[in-house]
Design a protein around this ligand. Structure first.
Ligand SMILES: Cc1ncc(COP(=O)(O)O)c(C=O)c1O
Length: 459
């Protein structure tokens, strides 16, 4: 077996990588014996994976917006893998799951169960436009695979258009349409054929080298590829990019029109953004554009159980003789109960409105920090998906990856956990229950951490 082949190290990490010197220093200073024992076992038995294993630290408790490690140190979690919309371990959800386990804990295939049907009905009610026919899977990546198969079935075409630098999951289909080398490249190929990519919009940094108007160029490029290929099944993208970049008004309308003109479907991946992250129930609600399919996951399981879904225009119900959604836990009553209760909690606690309001406040505070910190080159986002891009120089916009890594570990010292994206973007995706007081704590930590790193690096 040839297991010694070398491939180039992937560039442009999706998150903070697990190999930086700042990480090792931080671990040397913070980990206690118990944590070291757990980490060592974890590292011994799990296959090593970038941005995953070896891990940074251990976790003993997750409650509300906080996680706690084995030394008792607490971190406000401004990452949460985008699963913790309602906060970790929400008591109402825990109770509902327990109750469901006592009532009906599994539904073998071929048996409909009330709670799965109720969840389907609820999702049809809250989803944009007429999206109302769906399938459940256990993870977002699987739901993307279903969406791709459905798009092929409906259109009789196999090609797709998606964005470079995007992430849609780890499956073969998902990583083929994804645009990050870490998930596409190396020894696992070849990937699916016909997965065309275009450079994504984003005025601060883009493939065209423009400082404004990138979304228009991007929409034109999508249209151009749709026209030239002539047989694209679907355009698939996150309506708000994770980096984070928000599409300017009109962009998705342009793409929708081009899809309609050339007979392609529009699929929105709202796995991280769905259910309120951006201050509306769905990120595409900001644009008033209804896709043909919308994929949700992550927060749908309330941060406790894994469940995802692809919800479609009912006209796409054309593959009844096949079994694209044939997952063992397809209609699991316990995961369905978790999702249903999660949506009820989001509605009852006004969490979408909270994300809109406090998110706006956070963005304003980050803009104020930009006046004071030369490291910040750009601030952007919407609701509880926002971030600050760090640069060594505001004119050249050279990414300040080392500084971003330092800021991350300084912030962890002070009790704030988040993720860096593309190496230099401090990316914040707090739980939707985050209050103004919590937000002030977090922004103060970012302020102090930036100040310390600027001093250290003599900015
Ligand atoms: C935009 C997007 N799509 C798809 C996925 C994959 O979801 P899962 O990890 O549940 O398979 C993710 C996960 O991070 C994501 O952020």
């Amino acid at each position: 077996m040839n297991i010694g082949r070398k491939y180039r190290t992937p560039q442009g990490a999706e998150g903070d990588v697990n190999s930086s010197p700042h990480r090792s220093n931080w671990q040397d200073q913070h980990l206690n014996n118990q944590a070291r024992v757990i980490l060592s076992k974890d590292q011994q038995y799990f296959l090593h994976q970038s941005v995953s294993t070896p891990c940074l630290n251990t976790i003993k408790k997750a409650e509300g917006i906080w996680i706690e490690d084995h030394s008792g140190k607490r971190y406000m979690d401004f990452h949460g893998n985008n699963v913790h919309h309602i906060g970790y371990g929400h008591p109402r959800l825990v109770e509902a799951i327990n109750q469901q386990m006592r009532t009906l804990s599994f539904a073998p295939r071929r048996y409909a169960c009330d709670v799965a049907a109720e969840l389907a009905e609820k999702l049809a009610q809250i989803s944009p436009g007429n999206l109302s026919k769906l399938l459940f899977t256990t993870g977002g990546s699987d739901a993307i695979e279903v969406a791709l198969k459905m798009a092929r079935s409906v259109t009789g075409r196999f090609k797709t258009i998606s964005f470079w630098d995007s992430f849609h999951g780890a499956g073969f289909g998902a990583s083929s349409i994804g645009g990050e080398e870490m998930f596409r490249g190396g020894p696992a190929g070849p990937l699916l054929t016909g997965t065309e990519h275009v450079p994504p919009f984003g005025d601060y940094r883009n493939a065209w080298g423009v400082r404004e108007g990138s979304a228009d160029l991007c929409a034109r490029q999508i249209r151009y590829v749709l026209e030239k290929e002539g047989d694209v099944s679907a355009v698939i993208a996150e309506p708000s990019r994770a980096v984070p970049y928000i599409a300017p008004a009109g962009f998705w309308q342009q793409v929708r029109e081009a899809c309609d003109e050339f007979g392609a479907l529009l699929i929105f991946d709202e796995i991280p953004t769905g259910l309120g992250k951006t201050g509306k129930l769905f990120a595409c609600d900001h644009d008033g554009v209804v896709p043909d399919m919308l994929v949700m996951g992550k927060g749908l399981g309330g941060g406790i159980l894994p469940i995802a879904t692809v919800i479609c225009n009912p006209e796409l119900n054309v593959a009844g003789d096949y079994a694209y959604g044939h997952y063992t836990h397809e209609k699991n009553p316990v995961t369905a109960r978790a999702a249903l209760t999660t949506i009820e909690i989001i509605e009852a606690e006004g969490l979408v409105e909270n994300a809109a309001q406090i998110g706006e406040y956070a963005l304003q505070r980050l803009h104020e920090l930009m006046q004071k910190h030369p490291l910040i080159g750009d601030v952007r986002g919407r609701g509880f998906l926002f971030g600050a891009e760090l640069v060594t120089d505001r004119d050249s916009r050279e990414p300040a990856c080392d500084a971003a890594d330092r800021v991350l570990y300084r912030a962890l010292d002070k009790g704030l956990s988040f993720k860096t994206t593309m190496g230099n973007v401090l990316t914040f995706t707090p739980a939707l229950i985050t209050s103004k007081v919590d937000m002030d704590f977090a922004i103060n930590v970012i302020d102090e951490s930036l100040g310390e790193v600027e001093k250290e690096l003599r900015y």
